[in-house]
Design a protein around this ligand. Structure first.
Ligand SMILES: Cc1ncc(C[n+]2csc(CCOP(=O)(O)OP(=O)(O)O)c2C)c(N)n1
Ligand SMILES: [Mg+2]
Length: 215
């Protein structure tokens, strides 16, 4: 007995098959790496890994929307930025395994590295401060009349830091060409947002304020 599988319905909007395939492949690459990393973690071959499973579309979509020479400041779950910019996989794996052939020459085994060649600035571990660095890059472009945009990421946890609010405010006041990509996954590592913010409502309100300021 054969069971007919209903065809999935997609809203393709104005996108061509080629564009959609390119985006899908862009999503698949970090997912496959993520799955590999979890195996390596369990085997003790890497010492830490921050999973971005389920969040790939944020990094991949925003990276692929930019031009190759526009600066991106990713965080610990933005693997899709690196794959989206075609950073060589052997160098990436060398980095995560703390090998001397990695970007930080074995000094770090995580995402604290950048590559100027790919216009990626290494993350600042303290989260919030890197938003102001993005402001600085955007200000330089503005002063040079360079029609480029800078993309920087923050999580919901990072959004509770003072630096977050300062960076958004100065970008709004100086009308800087910077995109703040805030990923609200409901947790700051393992701390639920409800334990970090007065209420889910206040978090939404803060987000709305930030958004209005940036427009
Ligand atoms: C000032 C500071 N406090 C704590 C940490 C440890 N830390 C690294 S990532 C992270 C979680 C931040 O939460 P969020 O911004 O929501 O990012 P998520 O892990 O959810 O992607 C924390 C607490 C840090 N790096 N810097
Ligand atoms: Mg979070």
């Amino acid at each position: 007995m054969s069971v007919a599988t209903p065809a999935l319905q997609f809203d393709r909007k104005e996108y061509t098959q080629d564009v959609l395939l390119h985006l899908y492949q862009g999503l698949l690459k970090p997912r496959l790496i993520e799955e590999k990393m979890l195996i390596l973690l369990r085997q003790g071959k890497v010492s830490k890994w921050f999973s971005g499973i389920g969040q790939e579309a944020v990094s991949v979509g925003s990276t692929l929307a930019l031009e190759a020479d526009e600066y991106i400041l990713p965080l610990h779950r933005n693997l899709g930025v690196f794959t989206g910019r075609n950073v060589p996989l052997d160098q990436l794996f060398a980095q995560w395994q703390g090998k001397t052939t990695g970007f930080t020459k074995g000094r770090d085994r995580s995402f604290h590295f950048g590559t100027n060649e790919h216009h990626i600035v290494g993350m600042i571990s303290h989260l919030g401060p890197q938003l102001a660095v993005a402001d600085g890059i955007a200000l330089a472009d503005l002063l040079d009349k360079n029609p480029k945009v800078t993309l920087v990421y923050s999580g919901d946890g990072g959004a509770s830091e003072g630096d977050f609010h300062e960076a958004l405010n100065v970008a709004a006041v100086w009308q800087l060409p910077v995109i703040f990509m805030i990923e609200n996954n409901g947790y700051g590592l393992s701390t639920p947002a409800a334990s970090s913010f007065g209420s889910a409502r206040s978090w939404i309100k803060a987000r709305r304020t930030a958004w209005k300021r940036c427009r």
